[in-house]
Design a protein around this ligand. Structure first.
Ligand code: HPA
Length: 275
């Protein structure tokens, strides 16, 4: 049997696929409705253990529409977490990046599935490069807005969605009640998987960007289309190319994520508790 992902069939409605996935999650967990969803990017994974009690862990691959992980042996997991206040969170540890080349439907499937489970708040986190010199590696930054440089969109056809206040001011203000030192900036999504050139980073700066990365903007658009309130958080894992003089390495990015993880995960858990 060939395993065709239904999202790759153009005639398929991606929202039907998301509804099927949500039904499967409800069946596997016994939880009919989730309230909040979080996508945990580089450096944010430990938050999974801090925000509440994990009652169910699923292999994302077993759920309709989700892709096999890009790195073998790193199976993407979905967790259902009971928050201290009684709400339910769906934790998405299974991000499909645009640079994997599977198309934007697969990139945003987790967000659409989260919406179909009932979630009305979407927290998107990532590891990213910083353009502001003052953001040393390990600094968490709120995303205030984005510039989508992928030249793609999760919206199909003449679907006009307002993106004013895409990254909810209310949620940013709430995050700052937990940590008043949280800075914010505009996230530029590049296609990747190569890091940017110094000239591209300068371009991003000139057009109003402060953070460079390879995820999140497309996901945030899909979340807004689904009517969710979005909070975006970047962990600055490195200064962007040319802002730092040394070459960028994936190992450096992972290391910065690891060292910052306890602090930013605790911060994220406190933000979630305040929602
Ligand atoms: N650029 C793009 N994506 C990234 C970076 C970067 O500098 N660091 C971590 N993810």
């Amino acid at each position: 049997m060939t395993d065709i992902n239904p999202l790759d069939v153009p005639e398929t409605d991606p929202f039907d696929v998301a509804r099927t996935a949500a039904r499967e999650i409800a069946e596997a967990t016994g939880i009919a409705r989730h309230d909040i969803a979080l996508t945990l990017g580089s450096g944010w994974g430990r938050a999974a253990d801090l925000i509440g009690e994990t009652t169910h862990t699923l292999d994302a691959e077993e759920i309709t529409g989700f892709s096999a992980p890009a790195l073998a042996g790193h199976a993407g997991k979905l967790r259902s977490v009971l928050l201290p206040g009684g709400k339910r969170a769906l934790l998405i540890g299974a991000r499909t990046h645009y640079y994997e080349g599977h198309g934007v439907r697969r990139v945003v499937h987790s967000v659409r599935t989260a919406a179909a489970t009932g979630a009305t708040t979407m927290i998107l986190t990532n590891g990213a490069g910083g353009i502001r010199e003052t953001w040393t590696p390990g600094t968490p930054v709120l995303i205030s807005d984005h510039i989508n440089l992928t030249a793609d969109s999760p919206l199909e056809g003449a679907t006009f969605v307002d993106l004013t206040d895409l990254y909810s001011r209310r949620l940013r203000d709430l995050a700052r009640t937990i940590d008043p030192t949280l800075d914010e900036g505009v996230y530029c999504q590049f296609r990747g998987p190569h890091y940017e050139t110094p000239a591209e980073v300068q371009m991003a700066r000139v057009i109003g960007g402060h953070i460079v990365g390879m995820s999140t903007a497309l996901e945030a658009i899909a979340a807004r289309q689904a009517g969710m309130e979005v909070l975006g958080l970047s962990l600055i894992t490195n200064l962007a190319a040319g802002i730092q003089t040394e070459p960028l390495s994936h190992a450096e990015v992972l290391d910065a994520g690891k060292s910052a993880e306890p602090v930013i995960s605790a911060l994220l858990a406190r933000i979630v508790a305040a929602l």
